[in-house]
Design a protein around this ligand. Structure first.
Ligand code: FE2
Length: 384
């Protein structure tokens, strides 16, 4: 028996943020607590969302002290600000970090026994229904708007806390491709590779099923066709919207299938050094695909190879896997992305702690091939 989570309402397309006020009024909400970050304020996206609320006379209070790491202290500060705000719903505007902070605050607001944040880790039964979160993602990849997981960094242990609960999924999402045209290049790349890795890892996951595989496959094709377009031509609205679909579909897939050790390793790397999550994934993915190629039917690798236009006719299973891995590597190498751990200042003496943290990461459980800590160490060593 499997329970499939389809997420909640999602408005898709240019100007969909105009629906925020109507949806808030339909739910009889009176005041918004907006969680965002300073980058979103500086590039004017925050103002666009505020204008929609102001035009409909919905007052709001803003909290913007959120970094890409979405840390425990940021959640605590946001929660304290929420309590003073008098707001009755939360509006998250930004990439994965503000949305994750909003999800954590919404859960703690109705379940204050988890106000230390650390105790939220894992799956909690009998959570009281969180405060409603509306999400406006401004990147196409993290899928925090559809995911039941909340990822928070513990600044002390330098590790990720992950809370899973389907009640944490935002109740309404507004995916507006126009907002994504102002994404900086580095964010386009990092979020694009995040979406791509969600799609690939959910496709080959131990827990993939026909529903998730269909979503993963379409997301892989959309990224293969649209990431370079949206990077080279930031105002290409169709490419931006296709990347937004890819991010959302891949998020829906992995929410139901889990991921794998590419994410485990990336989480460990990002806890140790400052590197965007999607770039850590791009660095690691070809090596992880090589490791996992031994355990999976080559039909999934065949799909990946063909999504990049490779001809797999008359190839053996080994050759198909090698062709898929090379295609992914070539795709990654089209962009100026660091390819070695040493590019981020990591050394051999860092590999033990990275291996332990990656091995213990929740994503390791759904990896298609059984994996040991030594396997992870050897993958990391080749990436030095
Ligand atoms: Fe991810």
């Amino acid at each position: 028996m499997e329970k499939l989570d389809f997420g909640n309402s999602c408005f898709f397309g240019a100007s969909s943020i105009n629906e925020i006020a109507k949806e808030a009024m339909n739910r009889h909400f009176k005041k918004a607590f907006i969680i965002t970050d300073n980058g979103i304020i500086e590039n004017g996206l925050f103002q666009k969302v505020c204008n929609v609320l102001a035009k409909n006379r919905i007052p709001s209070v803003m909290f913007s002290d959120v970094t890409p790491a979405s840390s425990i202290s940021e959640v605590k500060n946001a929660y304290n600000a929420y309590k003073k705000s008098g707001a009755d719903f939360i509006l998250a505007v930004g990439g994965g970090s503000p949305i994750d902070v909003a999800k954590a605050v919404s859960v703690i607001a109705t379940n204050p026994k988890y106000a230390d944040v650390i105790s939220l880790q894992g799956h909690k039964n009998n959570l009281k229904q969180p405060i409603a979160v509306f999400a406006v993602p401004t990147t196409a990849g993290s899928a925090a708007e559809i995911s039941k997981s909340i990822v928070i960094t513990d600044e002390v242990t330098k590790r990720n806390l992950i809370c899973y609960n389907d009640k944490a999924i935002p109740v309404e999402t507004f995916i507006d491709g126009e907002l994504m045209t102002s994404m900086p290049d580095i964010v386009t790349l990092a979020s694009g590779f995040d979406a791509f890795t969600h799609a690939v890892e959910s496709l080959i996951s131990k827990y993939a099923n026909p529903f998730t595989k269909a979503l993963s496959k379409e997301a892989i094709c959309l990224v293969a066709e649209n990431l370079a377009k949206s990077y080279d031509e930031p105002d290409d609205l169709l490419a931006r919207e296709n990347m937004a679909y890819a991010g959302y579909m891949a998020g829906l897939a992995y929410s139901n299938s889990g991921l794998g050790i590419c994410h485990s390793i990336a989480h460990a790397i990002c806890s140790k050094v400052q590197v965007p999550h999607g770039l850590a994934l791009a660095l690691t993915l070809p090596a992880v695909l090589k490791f996992n190629a031994y355990s999976k039917s080559s039909t999934l690798y065949k799909f990946i190879a063909e999504a990049f236009g490779e001809n797999t006719t008359n190839l053996s299973e080994d050759e198909i896997c090698r062709t898929a891995i090379k295609a992914v590597e070539k795709f990654r190498n089209e962009f100026n992305i660091p390819k070695r751990l040493s590019d981020y200042g990591l050394h051999e003496e860092d590999l033990d702690i990275l291996s332990v943290n990656a091995f213990e990461d929740a994503c390791t459980l759904s990896n298609p091939r059984e994996v040991t800590m030594t396997d992870i160490y050897l993958i990391l060593k080749k990436l030095l």
